[in-house]
Design a protein around this ligand. Structure first.
Ligand code: PLP
Length: 376
C-alpha cells in the first residue's frame, strides 16, 4: 500500500500500476507463460494474448493492429524511430524533445529546431531546416517538462511541403494519459508511447509504424514483431499495458475535467509567491502539468525540503543520474540559467486529490521563503 502521508506529484516521471492491469497480467507470469513464438497450446495462448493487446492498443492509438510494434518502453520506441531512418537521410527534431529523441538525433548529426518562448515549435524555423534530404522529423505531442502540446497538423503540413521524403515521428509518451492520441497523432507515421506513464509497467512501450513506412530495425534476431523488433515479447507487461490503455482512454475526459482545476489552483497558488514564473503557456499544456521557476532558489534544495514534508516532485525530467543539470527545455524557451535553476515540476495524476494540492500550497511558499533567506 502506498504511504498515505506521501503526496505524490511526479506522475510525469511514472505512475502507479493500475490494479486492473496487474490482475490482468498475473496469469501470464505463472500459468500461460508460453513463449509467444512457439507452436504448442501454451505458446498459442501467449500469442493470442499479445494479439488481443494489439487490437486494444490499435484502437487506443488510431492505427491497425499490425502497425503496433511492442518495445521495451518509450526510449526504445524513440531510438528505433530516429536510428531506423537515419540511414535514409538527415534526421530533424525540436529543441525540447526528450533525451530519448534528442540524443539519437545529435548522435546522427541531425538538425535541432528552436521553439517559441510559449513552448511551441517555431514552424518557420522548421521549414528552414527541411529539404529533400531529410528522412525523419520528430516533434513530440506533449512535452515532459513543461507539458506544452505541439500543433502536429501544422508540423505535418510543413514536412509534406518541404521534405516530401521524410516520415513524421511523434513522441506521445506524455500525451497519452491526457490527450486523444488516436486523432491528434493521426498525421504521424511513427508514434511512441510508454506504459508506465499511464498505469502500466516500466519497460513496456509501443512504436506505431504505419504500413508502408520504411524503417530499418534496430534489434534483429528471431524476427518477432514482423521483423521490426526481434526479441521475445514481454507478454505479461503487454497485457498490463493494454488493460491500462483501455482504462485510460475510457476515463480520460473525466480525469482531465477533474485534474485541470486542481492543476490551475496549484499553479495560481504558486504564482502568488513573489519571483515565480510559469514555464510555457498553460492554455496549451496537458492537464497534469504544473511547472514553475522560483527566482533565487536552487531546485535541488527545494526538492529536499519538499521531500522532508512528504511531497515527491521533480525539477526537470527524470534522468538516470538524478542529477539536476540545467534543463535543455528551459534553455530552449529562453529562460536564463539563474531562473531555470529554480525549476519545479509538479505533475498531477488521476489519484491526485484537493488535499494533495492544499498540502503543496501549504508547504511551498514557506520552503521558497526559507531558501531565499538562506541565500540558497
Ligand atoms: N519520451 C518522453 C516524452 C518521456 O517523458 C519519457 C519518460 O520520461 C520517455 C520518452 C522515455 O520513456 P521510458 O521511460 O519508457 O523509456
Amino acid at each position: 500500500m502506498p504511504d498515505a502521508s506521501i503526496v505524490y506529484l511526479d506522475h510525469a516521471a511514472t505512475t502507479p500500476a493500475r490494479p486492473e492491469a496487474v490482475a490482468a497480467m498475473l496469469p501470464y507470469l505463472s500459468q500461460s507463460y508460453g513463449n509467444p513464438s512457439g507452436a504448442h497450446a501454451m505458446a498459442r495462448a501467449a500469442r493470442d494474448a499479445i494479439d488481443d493487446a494489439r487490437v486494444v492498443l490499435a484502437d487506443a492509438l488510431g492505427c491497425r493492429p499490425g502497425e503496433i510494434v511492442f518495445t521495451s518502453g518509450g526510449t526504445e520506441a524513440d531510438n528505433t524511430a530516429v536510428f531506423g531512418r537515419a540511414g535514409r537521410g538527415t534526421v530533424v527534431c525540436s529543441a525540447i524533445e526528450h533525451h530519448a529523441v534528442l540524443e539519437p538525433v545529435r548522435h546522427c548529426a541531425g538538425r535541432v529546431v528552436p521553439v517559441h518562448p510559449s513552448g511551441v515549435i517555431d514552424l518557420d524555423a522548421l521549414a528552414d531546416a527541411l529539404d529533400e534530404g531529410v528522412s525523419l522529423v520528430s516533434v513530440m505531442l506533449a512535452n515532459n517538462e513543461i507539458g506544452t502540446i505541439q500543433p502536429l497538423d501544422e508540423v505535418a503540413e510543413v514536412v509534406r511541403a518541404r521534405a516530401p521524403r521524410a516520415v513524421l515521428h511523434t513522441d506521445a509518451v506524455q500525451a497519452f494519459p491526457w490527450l486523444d492520441v488516436a486523432s491528434l497523432a493521426a498525421p504521424a507515421d511513427l508514434v511512441s508511447i510508454s506504459a508506465h506513464k499511464f498505469g502500466g509497467l516500466k519497460g513496456n512501450g509501443v512504436l506505431v509504424v504505419r504500413d508502408g513506412v520504411d524503417l530499418e530495425p534496430r534489434q534483429i534476431g528471431g524476427g518477432q514483431e514482423r521483423e521490426r523488433r526481434s526479441g521475445t515479447q514481454n507478454v505479461a507487461g503487454i497485457v498490463a499495458m493494454a488493460e491500462a490503455a483501455q482504462l485510460t482512454v475510457a476515463e480520460r475526459k473525466q480525469v482531465v475535467d477533474a485534474v485541470t482545476p486542481r492543476r490551475d489552483r496549484l499553479a495560481d497558488g504558486l504564482l502568488a509567491v513573489p519571483g515565480t514564473v510559469e514555464s510555457g503557456d498553460r492554455r496549451i499544456k496537458v492537464a497534469g502539468n504544473c511547472h514553475v521557476c522560483f527566482d533565487g532558489v536552487e531546485s535541488e534544495a527545494l526538492l529536499f525540503l519538499l521531500e522532508e514534508a512528504g511531497i515527491m516532485a521533480s525539477a526537470a525530467s527524470s534522468c538516470a543520474s538524478g542529477a539536476q543539470d540545467p534543463s535543455h527545455v528551459l534553455a530552449a524557451l529562453g529562460f536564463p540559467r539563474s531562473l531555470a535553476g529554480g525549476s519545479l515540476r509538479l505533475s498531477l495524476g488521476p489519484s491526485t486529490t484537493d488535499a494533495d494540492v492544499d498540502r503543496a500550497l501549504d508547504v511551498l511558499p514557506g520552503a521558497v521563503r526559507r531558501l531565499r533567506e538562506l541565500g540558497s
